[in-house]
Design a protein around this ligand. Structure first.
Ligand code: MTE
Ligand code: MO
Length: 217
């Protein structure tokens, strides 16, 4: 089952780019890890572009996050119980494979390491599979999921995550192309085998490193 025809990969008309000179200035700016703020072939935009997809109900009641696979204690966590876990604020840049980058986006959520602590991930786990609503999924190596900036986000710029952007909870994996950041998240599965997701199994890169321009496989 796939995310279906509702998955949009084109650029909607309503996005505002920074000027070329602003973009060049940002591209020359470096991150703490020495890489440019704007990866090659990307252009910064002023606001997050809603990219569509098969939206979930967006409600908090009746919503649960399933944690499954290679874990000691598989479980289903309510939104309220997720709020009881350690919360972090994160400012980061996100990069869509179609070419836009949003700088300094502000999010709040729960580190994936916090989830890992809670469920006890087995040593054999190597990959994390995110399942979104209606069959959209994506996959990342466990190494990427344990980074400080890999979170499950429920706030965007100080407000509850809007439905268009994945409410009530989305994955946020800033250092891979944004198709890895699954909206309307329903399940996080730990696996010993890689499971390419919706984009990854339709020609887009499995590794999706924006600084190496890994757009297609
Ligand atoms: N469930 C789901 N998640 C998804 C998608 C989708 O279609 N469905 N699209 C991905 C892509 S390609 C991008 S660029 C971002 C877009 O997020 P946004 O709509 O909040 O900008 O979500 C990603 N996560
Ligand atoms: Mo995207």
């Amino acid at each position: 089952m796939t995310g279906g025809s509702l998955v949009s990969i084109g650029l909607p008309g309503l996005f505002v780019k920074l000027t070329d000179s602003e973009n060049r200035a940002w591209a020359a700016d470096l991150r703490p890890d020495g890489r440019p703020r704007i990866p090659p072939g990307q252009h910064a935009v002023k606001a997050l572009v809603p990219m569509g997809g098969a939206a979930g109900p967006g409600k908090i009641d009746d919503w649960h996050l399933k944690i499954s696979g290679l874990v000691e204690q598989p479980q289903t966590i309510s939104f309220r119980n997720l709020m009881g876990l350690n919360q972090v604020n994160l400012t980061c840049d996100v990069h869509c494979v179609t070419g836009w980058t949003l700088l300094d986006s502000k999010w709040a959520g729960i580190r994936i390491t916090e989830i890992i602590k809670r469920v006890g991930v087995k040593n054999s786990a190597r990959f994390v599979i995110f399942e979104g609503h209606a069959g959209y999924s994506s996959n990342i190596p466990l190494d990427e999921a344990v980074k400080e900036n890999a979170i499950l986000a429920h706030q965007f710029f100080g407000k509850r995550l809007p439905k268009a952007h994945g409410a009530p909870l989305r994955a946020l994996i800033p250092d891979r192309y944004f198709y890895k950041s699954v909206k309307w998240l329903e399940e996080v599965r730990f696996s010993d085998i890689d499971e390419p997701g919706y984009y990854e199994s339709s020609g887009y890169s499995n590794t999706a490193d924006p600084w190496k321009e890994e757009r297609f496989d």
